[in-house]
Structure formats: C-alpha cells, structure tokens
Ligand binder design. Structure first.
Ligand code: FAD
Length: 507
C-alpha cells in the first residue's frame, strides 16, 4: 500500500546543488510539495564549477530549458572534451573527447579493428575516429546529432558556464515554479529526541523553519549531514593527494576553444575554461608537495591572458560522506563529498543524485529500504568516478618528479588494477552500466596515459584485411569531411547564443 506523502522539503544552501535540486523537485513534483530554499549571502557560494559533461543535457531537457537562453544567461560556451597536456609525460597531449570512437562491428568494439591496424603501423590515430576531437582541434562547433547521410553519430557536447550565473538562472526558474527562497543563516538545528531526525532550523534573526525532508546543500561544511548528524567521511587523499586549489579569472582570448584544457604541473594540474566574457583558470595541487606561494606563481605564470582578479584559495578533502541519506537528511553537492574537477563530474553527480532521490522519494512511513538503495547506488557511483580520476594520476611517465613518482608507485583500488590489466591483456574494456564513464572515455584515457594492449581481439581477423582497411578509411574520411564543414565555435555562438555581457576577445 502506498505510504502517506510528505508535504514539505527544506533545502539548506543556494549554490549550484541547492538550486539544481529545488528546480528539479519543483518541476517533477509540482505544487503538491512545498519547497523552501534557505541561503545566506553572508556565507556565499563556492562559485567555481564551470565545466560539465554531456549528461547535463538530460537535466536541461527535463527542466525544459531553452539551450540558447541558458547559454546567453550564463555566458556559456560549448565543450567537446578535455585536452590533457603533460599528463603522461612532459610534451605529450591527448584529448578525452565526448561521443563515440568509430563504429562497432557486430559484437566487436571498434577500437579492436583500429588497434589491429595500428599494431601493423597503419590506420592513423585513435582520435581520427572521433568527430568531437576533429571539431575541437579546429575550434569548430554546430549542433549535429548525426553525420548527415551516414550511420555515424554526430557531435556530443556539454557546456562551460559561469557557476554563479548558473545558480542564479536556476533560482529564477525554481522561484517561477513556486519555490520559496529565504535569505538567512541557519545557526541552530533542533532534533527529535526519539528518532534523532532533524526537526527545526533556527535562523540568526530568530525565525524557525520546519520540513519533513531536509536536503543539505550547504557546501563543504555539511551543516546537517555532518555538523549535526555526524555521518562520517571516507577520505581518499591517499589516492587523490591534491587538497588545494587557486582559482582566477582572466581576460577572454580568441579563438574560443570548444574544450577544457588541463595541464599537468609539478604537483597537480591547471584548468583553463573558456567562457564568453572571460577565461576561468585554476591550479589544483597537493600541499604536501608544493607551497601555496609556488602554486600561485605557477598559476599566474601559465595564464594566457591578463588576470581579472586576485587568485582565490579553496581547500578540500577528497572523498565522500559515508551515507548520502541519513535519517531525514539527504546531502548533495559539496556536502556529499568531493572529487576533484579533473573530469568535471561534480555537477553530474548532483544531477544523478537528484534523479535517484526523486525515484526513491521518502514518505511518512518506514524509508529504510529506499534509503539503503540510495546510499548503496550513490556510493558505487562515486567510486566509479574516483577510479577513473585516479587512472590519470597513476599511469604517468613523469619519472624523477616527486609528486608523479608517488602517484605512479601508490597502490590503487583493486577495481582499477583489474581494469588496467584486463585492457593490457585483452584490449577489452568492461564498464558496469552505472559507471558514468563508458568504453570511449576509458579507452581514450587508458591509451592517452600510455597503457597499451598487447593485441587486438583475434576475431577482427574474421573481416578480410582489405575490408578492414576500407572500413577504417571510410570512417576517417567521413569524420574529417564533416568536421571541416562546421562553423567556427565563435561564429556559432555569435549567431545563436551570444550573451549581452560578452566582451571582445584579446587576440
Ligand atoms: C576548485 C573547484 C573546481 C570545481 N570545478 C568544477 C567543474 O569544473 N565542474 C563541476 O561539475 N564541478 C566543479 N566543482 C564542484 C562545484 O563547484 C560544486 O559541485 C558546485 O558548485 C556545488 O556547490 P554546492 O552548491 O554544493 O556548495 P556551495 O556553492 O558552497 O553552496 C553552499 C550554499 O550553502 C549556503 N549555506 C551554507 N551554510 C549555511 C547556513 N548556515 N545557513 C544558510 N545557508 C548556508 C551558502 O550560503 C550557499 O548558498 C569544482 C569545485 C572546486 C572546489
């Protein structure tokens, strides 16, 4: 028998996590549920988080957002992947581009056909079979779901945007759907004596707020999930040793690259995210291997345009909350854990956790079974992403550099060792359906980080050598031709979604 519905939700925090959650719940549940967001201007938001992955399109579609309007309002640009510079070794670069690589034949994934040719010195580069890579390399972009007249998929894309404008945009959206916003700082949390559930939030000005479900989007502090409920945190610093970041905006430059760049530094890495009005930059580093002064110096020394503000320091501990749902509190965003932004996964993790919460939404009865499912799935999801990020650090050839030597020699989770060794042995990549990153992603990063299989799958030889070569060449040519015909990224934006605040680029 269905339980009795709960009627009120209180969300603590109005950053990206808080407003994504409010917008989604209001959209799906409608007026049957009262949603209140309490946020504090005095505390503010973390204000970084500018690069996304393609799954954000599903979130935007669910909300029914107009993509051009969304980009105009957030100074957004398009993203086709992440370029990794100096990660495997200094002077080396590769891209984790979105979308597929080639096209599978029967049961055999495409890369086996390519690998077979490659080991014979033919077939070009792995990235010759990615339309996203070809477009990114030429700074081109258009919405193209299919390569016209072929069975090949087209461009798969995500966005870069200004994080504070994104939260503000979703806030307007959620408020139009009836979400109530309260400006105020929560200073005290009352709990039920028997169940231990959160009962009331008291604000600095004395007002009180009560809900049946509390969603903690209060950022790193985890006001309800940790400070109140003491849920506990699993620390992954031994696998992902970076614990600090410096973020600084700089002038917009041209060409407007449709990809994020991640450049490995001596003890971490530097991001570069092109927006319509500025470039977002940051340096993520390990404080055990580098001083703050040196990190600052490296960041500023590697900007490709003039800084527009002082660099802002951020500290974090990589890991996840032991339970994302504890009693009547669910946490999302930075309150739920932190995985460094190397693969731009945080906003995605918020989005899938919201979806899971909606599917397992509590009622006034016993919620223990759905809570267990929620916690188990959320933990697995975090761990899959964690393994993928560790791979970038661990598989390096930067011999003689202390940070990179430590990463190369550290022991990694068994799940990652298994994946790496299986790829070496068989060329095969097997991803559970819950893993955010599927074969094309793992393939590009494994290969890009220098992990090479011994041989391709033997069954590729069932196709004659001539047909194999023709098949590969056909795909390569179609992709190269389609990419050449795309407009420049900058032109596409100017025509479709230029924001009023966009500034002329520095050339
Ligand atoms: C260096 C860095 C780079 C990142 N880059 C990316 C990226 O490229 N892509 C990506 O997907 N993610 C990225 N992230 C993660 C991303 O920034 C966050 O996931 C996202 O911004 C969500 O933050 P949040 O809403 O959880 O927290 P916050 O933005 O910190 O918001 C917390 C909210 O809680 C409120 N609050 C806190 N305490 C109280 C209180 N007592 N009373 C009332 N209100 C309170 C605050 O006012 C604020 O509104 C990055 C993170 C960092 C640190």
């Amino acid at each position: 028998m269905p339980g009795v519905e709960i009627k009120s939700v209180v969300i603590v925090g109005g950053g990206t996590a808080g407003w994504m959650t409010a917008a989604a719940i209001a959209r799906v549940m409608g007026p049957r549920l009262s949603v209140t967001v309490v946020e504090s201007d005095e505390i503010g938001i973390v204000g970084v988080g500018e690069a996304t992955i393609p799954a954000i399109n599903l979130f935007n579609q669910m909300l029914g957002l107009d993509e051009n309007d969304f980009l105009r309002n957030t100074h957004g640009t398009f993203k086709l992947g992440i370029e990794f510079v100096n990660w495997y070794e200094r002077g080396h670069a590769y891209m984790h581009s979105f979308g597929t690589i080639g096209k599978d034949l029967a049961y055999i994934p495409f890369h086996n056909y390519w690998l077979h040719e490659h080991l014979l010195g033919r077939g070009g580069s792995l990235w010759d079979y990615s339309i996203d890579f070809a477009a990114a390399r030429q700074n081109r972009f258009a919405r193209m779901p299919q390569i016209e007249g072929t069975p090949l998929p087209g461009i798969i894309y995500a966005f870069h945007f200004d994080a504070s404008l994104y939260a503000a945009y979703l806030r307007r959206y959620a408020q139009q759907l009836g979400v109530r916003r309260i400006e105020g700082m929560v200073v005290d949390v009352q709990r039920e004596s028997e169940s231990g559930d959160v009962r009331t939030l008291r604000l600095k000005d004395g007002r009180e707020l009560t809900g049946e479900l509390y969603i903690d989007c209060s950022g790193f502090r985890g006001l309800l999930i940790e400070q109140t409920l003491k849920t506990g945190y699993e620390d992954w610093t031994h696998w992902l040793p970076c614990d600090r970041a410096l973020a600084v905006p700089s002038e917009r430059v041209s060409p407007l690259t449709p990809y994020t760049r991640s450049t490995a530094q001596a003890a971490g890495w530097q991001w570069r995210i092109p927006l319509q009005h500025r470039t977002g930059n940051g340096h993520v580093y390990s404080s055990a291997h580098m001083s703050d002064e040196r990190a600052h110096e490296l960041l500023l020394g590697n900007l490709d345009s003039k800084p527009l503000a002082e660099a802002r320091p951020i500290r974090f501990t990589t890991g996840r909350r032991r339970q994302l749902w504890n009693r009547n509190v669910v946490c999302l965003g930075l309150a739920s854990g932190f995985l460094e932004p190397l693969e731009s996964t945080a906003i995605h993790l918020i989005q899938v956790t919201i979806q899971r919460l909606i599917l397992l939404f509590p009622d006034r009865g016993d919620n223990s079974r759905r809570r267990d499912e929620f916690n188990r799935s959320s933990a697995a999801e975090y761990e899959y992403v964690r393994d993928f990020i560790i791979l970038h650090y661990h598989a390096n050839n930067r011999v003689g550099e202390a940070f990179w030597d430590d990463c190369r020699h550290m022991s990694v989770p068994d799940s990652l060792t298994h994946k790496i060794e299986l790829f070496r042995e068989t060329g095969g990549i097997f991803c559970p359906s819950q893993d955010l990153f599927q074969l094309p992603s793992w393939l590009q990063v494994l290969w890009g980080q220098g992990i090479k299989p011994r041989a391709a799958h033997p069954f590729v030889e069932a196709v004659s050598p001539g047909d194999r070569a023709d098949y590969l060449k056909g795909i390569r040519d179609l992709i190269a031709d389609a990419a050449r015909k795309l407009p420049l990224h900058e032109e596409f934006i100017a025509r479709n979604c230029q924001s009023a605040g966009a500034v002329a680029p520095v050339r």
